[in-house]
Design a protein. Structure first.
Length: 130
């Protein structure tokens, strides 16, 4: 286990930042709103289709602005202010940098993750981010 931890930490510290998938590396959001898919609003029942579970920064941003609050049925999208369009909005996913730490790099070491990592190495013989 000791060796695994060390190996994992080495690997984790050397993960390059990945291109932000929200803004495609641009650092800002332009065009159709990624949160409401250009609809300007969404109901709390349907999570915006463009939000994947892996999009942690976007999900936490949405929670922060109350997108999933219980007391609203239909929500004006507060990211685009109901316009469905974003014009030079600083990307929240990467804080305008265009790159962000990978999930793995951002997360503190965790036994379960190390187990997965070890399994993953065994099975794939190589690294990939997703
Ligand atoms: Zn929107
Ligand atoms: Zn971004």
């Amino acid at each position: 286990m000791e060796a695994d931890v060390e190996e994992y930490e080495n690997w984790r510290n050397n993960i390059p930042d990945e291109k932000c998938t929200l803004c495609d590396g641009a650092g800002e959001l332009n065009g159709k709103c990624v949160v409401c898919s250009g609809r300007g609003a969404f109901s709390k029942r349907d999570k915006p289709p463009s939000v994947r579970e892996s999009d942690e920064p976007l999900l936490s941003m949405l929670e922060e602005i109350g997108a999933f609050s219980d007391d609203a049925q239909t929500l004006t999208c507060r990211v685009c202010d109901g316009t469905g369009t974003l014009v030079q909005v600083k990307c929240h996913g990467c804080d305008g940098k265009g790159e962000r730490e990978t999930i793995e790099a951002a997360y503190p070491m965790h036994v379960e993750v190390i187990k997965e990592f070890t399994e993953f190495c065994k099975n794939s013989g190589g690294f990939s981010i997703f």
